[in-house]
Design a protein around this ligand. Structure first.
Ligand code: ATP
Length: 338
């Protein structure tokens, strides 16, 4: 099977295979003809995902996440562009890719609700070329914490348990590549945290290549090495979680003053910087200076120092992935590496 790989040479002259690309899209595009006209659900999307990485796809409703995953699974045909998995072109050989890939679509839609958890796992483990592995089935049931429910029909389980069963069914074949579309969809906070923990464990254990779409930032932040952010069918940011967070972390400075700044100072600050004004719980004035660099940092202090009131606290706000996501989507801000 042909796969793409980057070949590097080490100091001792030996050839080493670096990260191997297992998921690749090039100009992937999907339009739907609807009564209200043509919708471009996915617009010229290109990315490459290396073996063993866990990549999150984030985006607001209608961004094109599910359609992208469906094209990668061969369930929707692209209007143009290509998608390949382990070197196999998905559109021309969609059944062939199921040897390498398993997927969970939008919540727990893939499982059979009249069958029990164990029956579902047996069923899914027989898809593809590998025989069912009873030990693996029992281990997965334990890992998702469904031992006591293993012989109950899926229909009788809570929503969180259905999702867990669905994830176990997706992982039971031990395929090298896994797609998870909204694995925590509709769960309450507690079940979502629990499922996130199981997922982290399951995903990292076998070093699989995973593409996971979710509205749940914490799922993405916890699980993923890299994030692709989509909006209106296009990729608007593509970077590691770490550098996305880092690039925003020094940008907002919060200054707490013991009283409101005089109007002249406020005018200068507002004209030089993007400043949000507010008060804290003790009714002290707070300035949040957004998008500040090191020079700006000193300039703010120089402006405030000679003026009344006194600066009582300085914090650098550390954003989480949700803050990054909101800014990237709101402002169409592209990855800082670009
Ligand atoms: N079968 C279809 N026919 C017509 N339009 C469709 C179809 N499937 C998706 N769309 C449209 O394509 C766009 C992208 O939808 P998609 O489901 O891929 O987005 P998403 O990012 O997964 O959204 P969500 O987070 O709400 O699930 C939306 O405008 C959607 O209405």
């Amino acid at each position: 099977m042909e796969t793409e790989s980057a070949v590097t040479h080490s100091d001792n002259g030996q050839t080493q295979t670096a990260s191997e690309t297992v998921i690749q899209t090039r100009g992937l595009t999907k339009s739907f003809a609807t009564e209200s006209g043509e919708i471009v659900a996915v617009d010229d999307v290109s990315f490459a995902i290396d073996e063993g990485t866990v990549v999150g796809v984030l985006g607001p409703n209608g961004a094109g996440k599910t359609t992208t995953i469906k094209m990668l699974l061969g369930l929707v045909r692209p209007t143009s562009g290509t998608a390949s998995i382990h070197g196999v072109d998905v559109d021309s050989a969609s059944s062939e890719i199921y040897d390498y890939v398993s997927g969970m679509l939008e919540g727990a839609r893939n499982v059979y609700w009249r069958l029990t958890v164990r029956e579902n796992l047996r069923f899914f483990s027989r898809i593809g070329n590998e025989p069912a592995n009873p030990d693996r089935i029992e281990r997965l049931i334990a890992q998702v914490g469904l031992e006591e429910k293993a012989d109950e029909p899926i229909n009788d389980l809570s929503r969180g348990m259905k999702q867990k069963a669905s994830i176990a069914c997706t992982l039971v074949r031990n395929t090298p590549t896994v797609f998870l579309d909204e694995p925590t969809l509709g769960l309450d906070v507690e079940s979502s945290i629990e499922l996130r923990e199981s997922l982290k464990d399951l995903v990292r254990r076998d070093e699989r290549t995973v593409l996971v779409s979710s509205h749940d930032m914490e799922v993405i932040q916890d699980l993923c090495d890299r994030v692709i952010i989509m909006a209106d069918g296009e990729i608007i940011a593509d970077d590691t979680v770490e550098s996305l967070l880092q690039s925003f972390s020094t940008r907002t400075l919060r200054l707490t003053l013991d009283a409101a700044p005089p109007p002249e100072l406020r005018t200068v600050l507002d004209s030089r910087f993007e400043v949000r004004h507010g008060t804290d719980t003790r009714n002290r004035h707070q300035l949040e200076v957004v998008g500040i660099d090191e020079d700006g940092f000193y300039e703010v202090f120089d402006l405030i120092e000679p003026a009344q009131p006194t600066l009582v606290e300085v914090d650098t706000l550390t954003p989480d992935l949700e803050d990054v996501f909101l800014r990237v989507v709101d402002e169409g801000e592209v990855s800082v590496d670009e």
